[in-house]
Ligand binder design. Structure first.
Ligand SMILES: *Cc1c(COP(=O)(O)O)cnc(C)c1O
Length: 236
């Protein structure tokens, strides 16, 4: 066994180190923004094995983000019972997969069209799924999200759907754009929805590259992957 590559070293110290650094940066960004309430950290574990979810749980994490079905379903099953764990589905959803995703997702961040809400309305759920309206800030339909102008009507539809509980808005800042300008638009859309639905105050904004700005713009949930999990393994 070589000294430089001790093969028995567990992955956890590195993972724990990255997690601790991100947690410290979140706390620092909250102080800088004058916020006393910290947003909830959702660790995005897509492409990583169930074992990493278990390690993160052992390190105290409780919220996990996944963006692909059936990877998310299989990982949740493989991870086993993790006390207090909540699974957030954050990726684009094909209408025909919606009911399957509803079986294991505690929250769905990517509600972006009426057809998807109608499919979720027929899902068998033990309790309503926390639902967020994904706002499209790119104008590129391939990236998911509903146009800001349509967000309110969609929110009304979700609010009237017993299998869902309208919680707020989600967005991905456009690549290469100014995240602050993007988050300002999400915040405005979120406020318009909240005017009619006072419980819908969640703002799921902020990823590895822009969570500091997201904290300034009122993020209640951060979806952070690579900064904590390291590079995503390349899929075979
Ligand atoms: C992958 C993903 C994230 C996490 O992105 P990182 O840059 O790895 O932090 C957040 N939100 C969505 C919708 C994603 O697909």
């Amino acid at each position: 066994m070589s000294q430089e590559h001790p093969s028995e070293a567990p992955a956890e110290p590195e993972l724990g180190g990255r997690l601790a650094r991100v947690r410290a940066e979140i706390a620092e960004a909250c102080r800088a923004a004058g916020r006393e309430d910290e947003p909830e950290l959702i660790v995005v574990t897509k492409f990583h094995p169930a074992e990493m979810v278990r390690e993160l749980h052992a390190l105290g994490e409780r919220a996990f983000g996944e963006s692909r079905h059936p990877e998310a379903r299989d990982k949740r099953a493989e991870a086993g019972e993790l006390e207090g764990a909540r699974w957030h589905f954050i990726g684009q959803i094909q209408t025909k997969k919606a009911r399957q995703i509803a079986r294991y997702a505690d929250a769905i961040h990517s509600i972006d069209r009426a057809g998807l809400v109608e499919a979720l309305a027929t899902a068998e759920v033990e309790r309503p799924i926390d639902a967020l309206i994904q706002i499209d800030l790119t104008g590129d339909p391939a990236r998911g999200g509903c146009p800001p102008a349509e967000a309110q009507a969609l929110a009304d539809l979700v609010a009237g759907t017993p299998t869902l509980r309208l919680r707020g808005v989600m967005a991905v800042a456009p690549l290469g754009g100014d995240p602050a300008a993007a988050f300002e638009r999400v915040a405005a859309a979120g406020e318009r929805i909240r005017a009619d639905h006072p419980d819908a105050g969640w703002r799921s904004i902020g990823m590895s590259g822009d969570f500091r700005e997201a904290i300034r713009f009122g993020a209640t949930h951060l979806r952070i992957g690579a900064a904590i999990t390291g590079m995503r393994p390349v899929r075979a």
